[in-house]
Design a binder for this molecule. Structure first.
Ligand code: F6P
Length: 545
């Protein structure tokens, strides 16, 4: 089933031809209510999508496309535990992890909610014991530092949340994330820590990931420099689906927190993979995060498509990717504490929708997931915004603006917010040649000097953005924001008819790395690689000291 054959896609293609030269500036001038008409709110989280190249008709057509590809049915299938991850034969139930209702969620006829609640209870008991010192280190000292060892979904989501909610941190507990197999990551982290007071959380859904196991083994070696084997149990816990591998590694399965195959890695921060979050922020705050996710889930499941924030954002994305040929999407939070938000979204979006075959295994002939990128404002303004304003590519931007800060610098906050608003206004309005001319004349320019400078100072404008505004970055709000993007990615996957929940594209590199690793040894036989790879292997052998 290709979306290209739907009547709404064809209608959108015709509509695009009529609309592509319409100016947003004019649209705003014609309609004083444009912003309120093209805004949507979900429990304090506001989406203003009026600075997009759309009319009411465009939005209607986009929603018709969502209907035509069967989105409402797919949403229900996800929430009710259908096996929608077909290539891995699994249901997709991150929404069950944050289900705060009494509603059962069935997988193969079994309600998964009791298991989820049992693990949440286990996490609560464990966090409380660590926080009150009942669970102490091998010398009886309180645990002061949590080191999460994991990669991809077992790292990015929890790290992002811990950074963002630092003001909610439990006193006396620090959190660190080690993901990269580059030894620098682990070494520089443990350098400042004491084995007596450090707790390692080894987080791996499969417990087979090379980077994580290598880091975990080295962490244990570091720990054993100060402590004995018998002390390992107090300092290493695991989060996984794989009890056997956890036990083979030497972690007592009593100290393992279970997750299940229907929790996708990049959607797993809501599960026990969120243990470092709960240890750092306290279990109450972790549950507040779940509440926020649940609020967005209800919104997504219950709101009509045209008033549904994830659906609106997803369909606008489809509009730009498939009709305007936008190859990337910038996400720019005007909140320094959301520094890792875009990295988390990169895995969420690009691992989900970076696909070239459809769910039926057929090659597709339209664009799918865009490149997701961005860094917090205002830093990005002094780096890549030039290209967004005046470059040749169309790059839609999501601005995320928390109005209040946890840090009491009111003046800074005003400047920060003003900059966020200024960017979205400038992108939309641009600056015409006439406006530049009169500005230059006022500055005393004339003649050739004026003509030479003028074109460089013109902004075409008409560059789209969304603004997500929220009162304050609380655990609930971050839960909503994160779930919003998860559902946006899901909706786009439905439109593009791809499986957003597998990630076969990361396998080949993993396989080859395992093959190449032993070949880096001096006398090892080098197998049949291309001449570049062989040459580089030899060069590594030559250069290694
Ligand atoms: O990068 C591929 C991937 O499978 C991700 O989807 C996953 O989040 C990550 O590796 C880590 O996997 P695991 O939690 O099994 O170690």
């Amino acid at each position: 089933m290709t979306p290209l054959n739907t009547s709404s896609w064809q209608s959108l293609a015709r509509h695009y031809n009529d609309l592509k030269s319409i100016s947003m500036r004019e649209q705003f001038a014609l309609d004083a209510k444009r912003s309120s008409r093209l805004s949507q709110e979900c429990d304090g989280l506001l989406l203003d999508y009026s600075k997009n190249r759309v009319t009411t008709e465009t939005v209607e057509k986009l929603m018709r496309l969502a209907e035509e590809v069967g989105l409402p049915k797919r949403i229900e299938q996800m929430f009710t535990g259908d096996m929608i991850n077909e290539t891995e034969g699994r249901a997709v139930l991150h929404t069950a992890l944050r289900n705060r209702s009494d509603e059962p969620v069935l997988v193969d006829g079994q309600d998964v909610m009791p298991k989820i609640r049992a693990v949440l209870a286990q996490m609560r008991v464990f966090c409380d014991r660590v926080h009150n010192g009942e669970w102490s280190g091998y010398t009886g000292k309180k645990i002061t530092d949590i080191v999460n060892i994991g990669i991809g979904g077992s790292d990015l989501g929890p790290a992002m949340i811990c950074d963002a909610l630092e003001p909610y941190g439990v006193e006396g507990v620090g959190v660190h994330f080690v993901s990269n197999v580059d030894g620098t990551d682990l070494s520089t982290t443990v350098d400042d820590l004491s084995a007596e007071t450090t707790l390692f959380v080894v987080a791996s859904k499969t417990f087979t990931t090379q980077e994580t196991l290598t880091n975990a083994e080295s962490a244990r070696d570091w720990f054993l420099e100060s402590a004995s084997q018998a002390d390992v149990a107090k300092h290493f816990v695991a989060v996984s689906t794989n009890a056997k591998a956890v036990s083979d590694f030497g972690i007592d399965t009593d100290n393992m927190f279970e997750i299940w195959d229907w929790v996708g890695g990049r959607y797993s921060l809501w599960s026990a993979i969120g243990l470092p979050i709960a240890l750092y922020l306290g279990m109450d705050n972790f549950e507040r995060l779940l509440e926020g996710g649940y609020t967005m889930d209800k919104h997504f499941r219950e709101q009509p498509l045209a008033e549904n924030m994830p659906v609106i954002m997803a369909m606008l994305g489809v509009w730009y990717v498939n009709f305007f040929d936008a190859a990337s999407q910038a996400v720019v939070p005007y909140d320094h504490s959301l520094g890792r938000f875009t990295s988390h979204l990169q895995q969420l979006d690009m691992e989900s929708n970076g696909k070239t075959v459809n769910r039926q295994g057929k090659r597709i002939s339209y664009e799918t997931g865009p490149v997701i990128w961005g860094t917090p404002g205002t830093n990005g303004q002094h780096a890549y915004f030039q290209l967004i304003h005046q470059g040749t590519q169309l790059i839609p931007v999501d601005f995320i603006l928390p109005v209040n800060s946890h840090y009491p610098e009111v003046e800074h906050q005003n400047i920060l917010l003003a900059n966020g608003l200024a960017q979205s206004e400038a992108l939309m309005k641009g600056k015409t040649a006439e406006e530049v001319r009169s500005e230059l004349i006022k500055k005393g320019y004339e003649g050739d000097a004026l003509d030479a400078l003028l074109p460089h100072k013109v902004f075409t404008g008409n560059r789209p953005s969304n603004t997500l505004m929220l009162p304050l970055l609380t655990p609930e709000m971050l839960g909503k924001l994160t779930a919003l993007y998860e559902h946006k990615v899901f909706v786009q996957g439905v439109v593009w008819n791809v499986n957003s929940f597998d990630q076969w594209g990361v396998e080949l590199g993993k396989q080859l790395a395992k093959e190449i690793s032993p070949e880096l040894e001096d006398d090892a036989t080098i197998s049949d690689h291309d001449s570049s790879t062989v040459g580089l292997i030899k060069k590594i052998r030559e250069l290694r000291t």
